[in-house]
Design a protein around this ligand. Structure first.
Ligand SMILES: Nc1ncnc2c1ncn2[C@@H]1O[C@H](COP(=O)(O)OP(=O)(O)OP(=O)(O)O)[C@@H](O)[C@H]1O
Length: 462
């Protein structure tokens, strides 16, 4: 299956219009995805001669069910108009199919309308654009989608304590980050500001978690844990050099392309000419979420919508197929001797495999879509509240990597196991809550295909 580039002309064949399945979550982020779709997305993709079917998701796991039932030949790509959570559903829905080996090769894309928008941030960065948020980020991503280039993307197979396996494209988090993510869901209508509010609340009552973290480091299994490092091909430690990775937008001619395209589509925008969509009925999740309500009104039961429900209930996971996890033993088995184990009081543990944890959280600047690496970060107990806040502020620009913070550790790994020893806590996979307990993961190199819209290939650090 090829998404792009399609030949401009094949003798005897008319060039085929690309067909995208668009899945829109009306409740993601600020709840304005349908509006964004009308005003920005559809005009631009129509202009780019892309045909589409747009489906609004009606509930949690709807996208997961939809992609299990589609006929693969009918589509050139599946694109979510949502936050990262819906893409997680799509990936796992594809992996639940009996033909998962073909299904997971379907190009997948994202047009950011959520609150975190981590993958969109990574796509935007990979293309060489300046860090962007909101409509700016969305416009960049629409343009990149229209250009359509596809790149392999690693997926990480995550197994939780009850043996349930899922496939993750973004992160596994425990402690501070997962607490903020889940506890701030009630502020979702604020968009990305929800994380700032959540961070402040959690900093004020900073918790630590006891746990055992074991991992299979890259190259040298006995390498001592190093702070803020990347490994050179010869295994030596090298500081990250952002200038090596960054090229300007004008280098790529994207800036002009974007302006021309956007101006054209805006000028021709007439809502009467748009394809008709199912409009949300009063009381539907869309109608509910689009009305902004203050944080302290959540006790009003009429406003306790599914987002609040999600805060309480872990996401239900179904069994997926997929390649064998050959690097990790079963969860009840001891870890191999070549692994490294640390037992600590942690403020947070984060395994991330994208450059961004949110559109404005440049957490792993050295990460590439298919570098075959999990970037394991952890912050040890003892860090002051002020230092933690400084760390997160620096992360907006990726400057935390150069910070002198003895509590922050980064190590690139292929697999890890996390065993919480503190009884209560929250673990998230791609921002979605999973059952609390031991969890392990291993990377599967280039298992999926991501629509990045850029021909740029950034070099992996290892
Ligand atoms: N109609 C719906 N009503 C309620 N929840 C829905 C609906 N459609 C999808 N969902 C669920 O909403 C969850 C969150 O969606 P999404 O990731 O799009 O937004 P977000 O959480 O605001 O963004 P981010 O993940 O970037 O923080 C998804 O896991 C999905 O299961």
């Amino acid at each position: 299956m090829f998404f792009y580039p399609l030949p401009d002309f094949v003798p005897g064949l008319l060039p085929r219009t690309r067909r995208l399945l668009l899945l829109l979550n009306p409740c993601g982020g600020r709840g304005n995805s349908l509006q964004q779709c009308h005003s920005h997305i559809l005009p631009m993709i129509t202009e780019a001669d892309i045909s589409y079917n747009l489906i609004q998701t009606e509930r949690q796991n709807h996208a997961r069910e939809l992609v299990q039932a589609i006929s693969l030949e009918e589509w050139d790509g599946i694109v979510v108009i949502s936050g990262d959570g819906l893409l997680y559903e799509v990936i796992n829905g594809l992996m639940e199919r009996s033909d998962w080996e073909d299904a997971i090769k379907m190009p997948i894309g994202i047009l950011p309308c959520g609150s975190g928008n981590a993958l969109a941030g990574a796509i935007n960065y990979n293309a060489g654009f300046e860090q962007a948020m909101g409509s700016e980020l969305l416009l960049n991503c629409i343009l990149l989608l229209c250009r359509g280039t596809v790149m392999p993307m690693d997926l990480v197979s995550v197994t939780t304590c009850s043996g349930i396996r899922s496939f993750s494209f973004l992160s596994v988090a425990w402690g501070f980050i997962s607490d903020v993510d889940i506890e701030s869901e009630k502020y979702r209508h604020m968009g990305s500001a929800r994380f700032t509010v959540g961070t402040m609340v959690r900093v004020a009552s900073l918790r630590t978690y006891k746990g055992r973290l074991s991992y299979l480091p890259v190259l040298d299994a006995h390498r001592p844990i190093c702070r803020s490092i990347t490994l050179a091909p010869n295994g030596s430690l090298v500081p990250f050099q952002r200038s090596q990775l960054h090229r300007t937008v004008s280098d790529m001619g994207l800036c002009e392309e974007r302006n021309v395209m956007y101006k054209r589509s805006s000028a021709s925008l007439d809502t009467n000419e748009l394809p008709s969509f199912e409009t949300p009925s009063p009381g539907s999740p869309t109608a509910l979420n689009s009305s902004s309500f203050p944080f302290d009104s959540v006790s009003d039961s009429s406003q306790q919508d599914s987002t609040l429900h999600r805060e309480m209930e872990p996401t239900i996971h179904h069994q997926v197929n997929g390649p064998k996890d050959d690097l990790v033993p079963a969860l009840e088995q001891p870890i191999p001797k070549t692994w490294v184990t640390v037992e600590e009081d942690f403020v947070l543990v984060l395994a991330i495999y994208q450059s961004h944890l949110g559109a404005d959280l440049f957490t792993a600047p050295f990460s590439c879509f298919n570098d075959g690496l999990i970037h394991l970060f952890f912050v040890k107990a003892g860090i002051s509240r002020a230092a933690l806040v400084r760390l997160f502020l620096a992360m907006e620009k990726g400057n935390h990597i150069e910070m002198e913070c003895p509590y922050l550790v980064h190590v690139p790994v292929r697999a890890f196991r996390l065993e919480p020893l503190t009884r209560k806590g929250i673990i998230t996979v791609d921002g979605e809550r999973v059952e609390y307990g031991p969890v392990q993961a291993q990377v599967h190199n280039g298992l999926s295909n991501l629509i990045t819209g850029s021909n740029r290939v950034r070099m992996a650090s290892v």
